[in-house]
Design a protein around this ligand. Sequence first.
Ligand code: 4AD
Ligand code: MG
Length: 431
Amino acid sequence: MAQKFYIEDLNKHVGQSVELKGWVYNLRSSGKIKFLLLRDGTGLCQCVYFKGECDDASFEEFSKLTQETCVTVTGVVKEEKRSPGGYELSARTLKINAPSVDYPIGPKEHGPDFLLNNRHLWLRSKNQHAIIRLRAEIIKAIRDFFDGRGFTLVDAPIFTPSACEGTSTLFETEYFDEKAYLSQSGQLYMEAGAAAFGKVYCFGPTFRAEKSKTRRHLIEFWMVEPEVAFNDLYDNMELAEQFVEYIVQRVLKNKSEELKVLERNVEVLAKVKAPFPRLHYKEAAEIIFKENPQFKKGDDFGGTDETIISSKFEKPVFVHHYPSAIKAFYMKEDPSEPGSSMSCDLLATEGYGEIIGGGQREDDMIKLEAKVKEHGLKMEDFNWYFDLRRYGSFEHAGFGLGIERTVSWICGISHVRETIPFPRMYGRLRP
Ligand code: 4AD
Ligand code: MG
């Protein structure tokens, strides 16, 4: 009996008789010869049925195949450059395991709503497959980067009692007799982690009730958040640029096939090497104002403003020292520049927008208390957080990198909805 293999392993079994299980990806026939393009999740393999060479009943069975029928095939592995994946099966038998009637996704163009409604099936398509594999590599690179540099993984909670990133996007839920919020960011907990372990990171889902539909906002998104004791704003930017270079270069090295499927311009990515250019907020605001006179200096940047900045550079660019007034309560105000925060955002190339937000944290208890009140937050919610200032306050900095924005940039796709297996967006909870 032929042994069972996955398509990705066929290179080790040339000349051998094997069994493959998978789904019908494509079908073609011309008289005495029939071609089944088989998909098993690990790859594609062309299975060739020659009348007379394969089993007669199997040749007949072929006519019952439809897209996504689940099948078992046996045959002999041959090297074949023209076959996707480089190997072909001289097929002997075909067995239908389960039918697939009227599979909804075909080669014709479908609208985004239709595809999102069928996301559970859409994931089987070639481009989606490439994107999710790239996402998995990006996540692996993220973990390897921090694990390889002495960071300790400290998981942050999902149920939280208070806001980290402003109260307007809090997702409220019941927590027995109390109210709780789904975490907007693990940062405050990472600050506790940094005091305990020096260099830490968390990686997990975060939630923001963003009541707007944009290309860059999800309700549930994944974020990696490093936090480092005794790092200042400038150390923080250095860490961030080395980190982003590492991710991009790893993907270029390990996932060139997937980038090719997506027709990504890899020359742009090849240039993503530290150091990255850095702009003070005031310089960035000048540049934006010249092209967008409606922009008010002192305001946060919109999507088009970010694109104006990124179009001026070949590499991702840092903007630092945003006005304190438009940043979160925990940002340290620069003592040499009142009104400006020691914050930094990293804008990706080609208008993909902000992928990193972070900065140096306020370590002075009195100033932090004033900030909490200024932001209309309740001191009692932050009692534990103030302990980090009460007991050996320390200089520290960190940042958060959004996985989906990073995946959309690296893949070169315009909307974050395709960068997560099952997107949660305003107005979309299913599938
Ligand atoms: O700039 P943000 O809000 O920063 C924080 O949450 C900090 N507490 C992180 C830290 O310093 N530890 O978010 C960080 C990143 C953004 O740059 C963006 O990439 C992503 O998270 N992000 C979103 N991605 C998808 N959908 C949303 N609604 C997002 N909001 C933020
Ligand atoms: Mg931000």
